[in-house]
Write a protein that binds this ligand. Structure first.
Ligand code: MF3
Ligand code: CO
Length: 254
């Protein structure tokens, strides 16, 4: 399938969709603390999304039963919120969410520490975040898609961390998942050429241990095979004539 190029009007709607999602995240960050259940985070997130007059795009997506993916410690992505899953001091928690504003999707993820966390967990979160910015340095019109993938890999691999290969970033727009797929690890081929008006969800998922992941029996929750911690960092990005515009990052949620 062809990669969609957004019109000026579509870009405006994507900007607003992303701005509202960042606002949701800024508020969710404030409620992450020891003692809260993952379900409470989901409920708060859904309420915030609807309070903006938007729809949660994850809810019922291929049967996913919540609005916010809440993935704790060795859970990589797509954790299902549950009332009995209570966050503990020292956990790390990845929140992944998106919304639909006037038909346009946004998608972002952050990993937060719950209370005080171990130095090696902090470093994993920090390196995962920075890997996104290493990728984004290549997100210029005229470059190739896999320049982004290669830059992420080149930055992360020296840390000895495992880059998740079974899940990738994606185009985004009037659908949550559009072409192209965006791997976070080095590629032999160049990939498509980047063009102004492309909107991409770039989302490195990085494990402290090995890259291998598996799916729990709920058919959603992705966990590291070796039980090591995993972090996630995602923004929706616009390719322009100049600097890439990080649409889910206007300053409210780093
Ligand atoms: N944020 C996820 C992604 O980037 C989407 C979650 S899929 C859902 O692909 F089903 F959990 F919603
Ligand atoms: Co995504």
């Amino acid at each position: 399938m062809a990669v969609s190029i957004k019109s000026a009007r579509e870009i405006e709607l994507m900007r607003e969709s992303c701005r509202l999602l960042e606002d949701v995240f800024a508020r969710l960050e404030e409620i992450v603390r020891p003692g809260i259940s993952t379900k409470e985070i989901d409920r708060a997130g859904e309420r915030l999304i609807r309070s903006h007059g938007c729809e949660p795009n994850f809810l019922n997506y291929n049967g996913y039963p919540a609005s916010i993916c809440v993935s704790v410690n060795d859970e990589v992505v797509h954790g299902i919120p549950h009332v009995s899953h209570i966050l503990q001091e020292g956990d790390i928690v990845s929140l992944d969410a998106g919304l639909i504003y006037k038909g346009y999707h946004s998608d972002m993820a952050r990993t937060f520490g719950v209370g005080e966390i171990a130095p090696d967990a902090k470093r994993l979160i920090q390196v995962t975040r920075q890997s996104f910015f290493e990728g984004i340095k290549m997100a210029y019109a005229g470059n190739h898609l896999h320049d982004i993938s290669n830059a992420i890999d080149r930055y992360v691999t020296p840390y000895g961390y495992g880059i998740v290969r079974d899940l990738v970033g994606h185009g985004i727009g009037s659908k949550l998942h559009e072409d192209p797929q965006i791997p976070n690890f080095a590629q032999k081929r160049k990939g498509i050429r980047l063009v102004p008006g492309m909107t991409l969800a770039i989302e490195p998922m990085i494990n402290m241990g090995r890259a291998d992941v598996e799916w729990l029996d709920d058919d959603w929750t992705v966990v590291t095979q070796d039980g090591s911690l995993s972090a996630h960092y995602e923004n929706t990005v616009l390719i322009t004539d100049g600097e890439p515009e990080i649409l889910t990052m206007s300053g409210k949620c780093e």
